[in-house]
Design a protein around this ligand. Structure first.
Ligand code: IVH
Length: 674
């Protein structure tokens, strides 16, 4: 090919690739297949290899990363990157509105824009005549670091702005937040743990760490995302309002968050803020508040700025999910399988309004890895429903008086020498009659997903075990009202209530019963799989490891544990006693079980009326399988509210997508699905 035609072809390819990049990464709406895209990219790469002088920094081929740097250069921001003043609570948002009205000398409602505050890393992107020329971190607000090469690897950042009727500004310093998704974060940490590398504390740090790589080919491998939310300098274009600026940014191909709204009064602002709060647990990325900005640029200018933050905006901060506190002691908790778990006892702190004074330290390896010592100041975090955990130690606060901790050699409950099996991270107490294990096994047996004996709290279990009224789970079914009422602080009526609850727990379905037995690795799901496949307890008891492993979803570890459990004479005796004392196993109805047989379901988004867990249990009770991600093996994807990428993936793979109403209909109908 001649140089001239190569030049033309290169230009065409770049325009085409930039267009498809925008469709794919910003609009989430690709027009061509990945293979087709790759083919075009390859053609461009080949031409650039042949005609090296045609390579330009904005070429789509330059997103893969460049040779490592020794250090980042400094970049001065043309307009300082300010930070935001904070409001803690909705009352302070109202006070902000009153301040604004005083400042603008008006009593009329002010129009605001309310947006999620993305918990990411602030960056500035400089576009000259539509071309991306430089990107930087916020730094101290005046001067940041030049991370242009790293930002180029983020496919959501256009190398060239799309020219519409609103031709891009001659110079635009647009600002935004680079972030990591929660799932991307977990996946990366999993990989790092596998390689024995230090883990990132949260998605924000992961994004920051990824952007600060001197070797941009590392950044290129990280799934970074961006939302733009403001700008510094904009020459050659007039925006009358923030809302308009965002709309124009979108047209130019920049990625703007979809959950941004205009609020015409402070009352509407409050409603929008509440909406943002409710989004928090549904989004694929972390947000740490809502940002409220005056919409009109004229009014923004009138309100003005302080030295570090504008007067026209405020951030309503969510309460932090992390907190700092002092670790006072480490106690050992003995679980039902004898596992010894070190638990951090801390000076109480509140996270999201919940007081926390205990956090798990998992095992000795984790304590060693994080170098946690008694007396240390630590960062703890609470995510969703999970048990709080110690994230890291604040080493700068060490005084030298901290003490190292080692898991004891003897079980703190029964003094038996603890063991650590090869390949296991946990230490265990091997004594099956250890009272601590017994209490946990009993609690588990009576828990909600198991036999569900209502009113059996921790205290009562302790009393029943201490008085030796209950020495195995079978003893529940030989308790009398008199025996229970004989316990300290136990009224007749409460004793009767417990007895009634025990009586009604006698009818239990096979899956729950299996789960209640507390076999290692047999959670609620595995128990349902086993029950569905073997139908009777006898069949499971008689199955050898091979037969167990032949069941879909049952791996060698589960198979071995189940098999071993039924080899133990004591376990079989307890089961026989349970049955003798009136426990009646209910088999799931045959017809129902078959309805979703062989079908795999994936749920995405929020469901109305039941939790994700309930929905999955429902599918499984009807013989179906559930999975957490969409693949070619998925038969149905049920799309709830605010569904994310799974729905898109389903569409791409041609998997049947159902609304919740359609799914409910399917559950009710007599016919098995096609
Ligand atoms: S506007 C002068 N909008 O929060 C106001 N900032 O704590 C410019 N941030 O430095 C920022 N989400 O990096 C704005 N929707 C959003 C934001 C946002 C996150 C960051 C931003 C800023 C920091 C202030």
């Amino acid at each position: 090919m001649s140089r001239e035609s190569a030049e033309k072809r290169v230009a065409t390819l770049r325009t085409t690739l930039n267009h498809h990049n925008h469709r794919y990464y910003v609009l989430d709406d690709p027009e061509i297949s990945d293979t087709e895209y790759d083919r075009l990219l390859r053609e461009l790469q080949d031409l650039e290899t042949e005609f090296k002088e045609l390579v330009t920094p904005d070429s789509p081929t330059q997103r893969v990363g460049a040779a490592p740097l020794d250090a980042f250069n400094s970049v001065e921001h043309a307009v300082p990157m300010l930070s935001l003043d904070n409001a803690f609570g909705l009352q302070e948002v109202r006070e902000f509105d009153q301040r604004i009205k005083r400042l603008l000398k008006t009593e009329d409602d002010i129009e605001y824009v309310v947006e999620p505050k993305i918990d990411g890393v602030a960056v500035e992107l400089v576009y000259e005549n539509g071309l991306f020329v430089q990107g930087s971190t916020r730094g101290n607000g005046q001067v940041g670091e030049d991370i242009t090469r790293n930002l180029r690897t983020i496919k959501e950042i256009p190398m060239r702005l799309i020219s519409t009727r609103a031709a891009p500004a001659t110079r635009l310093d647009v600002r935004g937040e680079v972030y990591y998704t929660s799932s991307g974060f977990s996946a990366l940490n999993k990989e790092r743990a596998g390689r024995g590398e230090p883990l990132y504390a949260n998605p924000r740090n992961t994004a920051a760490g990824s952007l600060r790589q001197l070797d941009s080919s590392i950044t290129a491998q990280r799934p970074l995302h961006i939302f733009v939310h403001s700008f510094g300098q904009a020459a050659g274009y007039e925006f009358s309002s923030h809302w308009q600026a965002l709309a124009v940014f979108r047209k130019w191909g920049l990625r703007v968050n979809p959950h941004i709204e205009v609020a015409r009064s402070v009352d509407e602002v409050i409603k929008c803020c509440e909406k943002v709060v409710s989004l928090r647990d549904k989004l694929e990325y972390e947000i740490d508040g809502a940002v409220i900005k005056i919409n009109s640029h004229d009014l923004q200018a009138q309100a003005g700025t302080r030295s570090r933050s504008p007067r026209w905006a405020i951030a309503l901060k969510f309460e932090a999910k992390q907190a700092t506190t002092q670790l006072l002691d480490i106690k050992i908790q003995v679980g039902r399988t004898g596992a010894l778990t070190p638990v951090a006892i801390m000076a109480p702190v509140k996270i999201e309004g919940v007081e926390i004074s205990r956090a798990t330290l998992h095992n000795q390896d984790e304590i060693d890895r994080k170098d946690v010592r008694i007396g240390d100041w630590v960062v703890i975090q609470r995510a969703g429903d999970v048990i709080p955990e110690v994230v890291k130690v604040i080493e700068s606060k060490r005084t030298g008086k901290e003490t190292l901790f080692r898991i004891p050699e003897k079980c703190p409950e029964c003094e038996t020498t603890v063991v650590r099996l090869e390949g296991e991270a946990v230490h265990r107490c091997p004594n099956l009659s250890c009272p601590a294990q017994l209490k946990e096994r009993i609690r588990h047996f009576a828990s909600k997903g198991a036999t569900d004996i209502e009113g059996l709290g921790v205290k009562l279990v302790d009393q029943l075990v201490a008085s030796e009224l209950v020495t195995t789970v079978a003893d529940f079914y030989s308790l009398s009202k008199e025996k229970i009422a004989g316990l300290e602080r136990m009224a007749d009526k409460s004793a009767q209530n417990i007895l009634t609850a025990i009586e009604s727990s006698k009818k239990v379905d096979l899956a729950r019963f299996l789960y209640a037995l507390g076999i290692r690795h047999v959670g609620e799901h595995v128990a349902r799989v086993l029950a569905g496949s073997f139908k009777t307890l006898e069949n499971i008891k008689n199955a050898d490891q091979e037969a167990l492993e032949a069941v879909h979803e049952i791996g060698p570890q589960v198979a071995e544990n189940v098999f071993q459990f039924f080899q133990e004479k004591k376990n079989v005796e307890i089961i026989e006693l349970l049955l003798q004392r009136g426990v009646e196993l209910q088999q799931a109805a045959e017809a129902q079980e078959q309805k979703f047989s062989g079908q795999t379901f994936v749920f995405t988004g929020g469901l109305n009326g039941y939790s994700r867990k309930d929905a999955e249990a429902l599918v499984e009770s009807l013989g179906g399988r559930t999975a957490s991600s969409v693949s070619r093996n998925t038969d149905f994807v049920i799309v709830g509210e605010n569904a994310g990428s799974k729905a898109r993936k389903a569409a791409e793979l041609g998997v049947t997508i159902l609304s919740q109403a359609e799914f409910d209909e399917m559950v009710k109908s007599e016919e098995p699905p096609d």
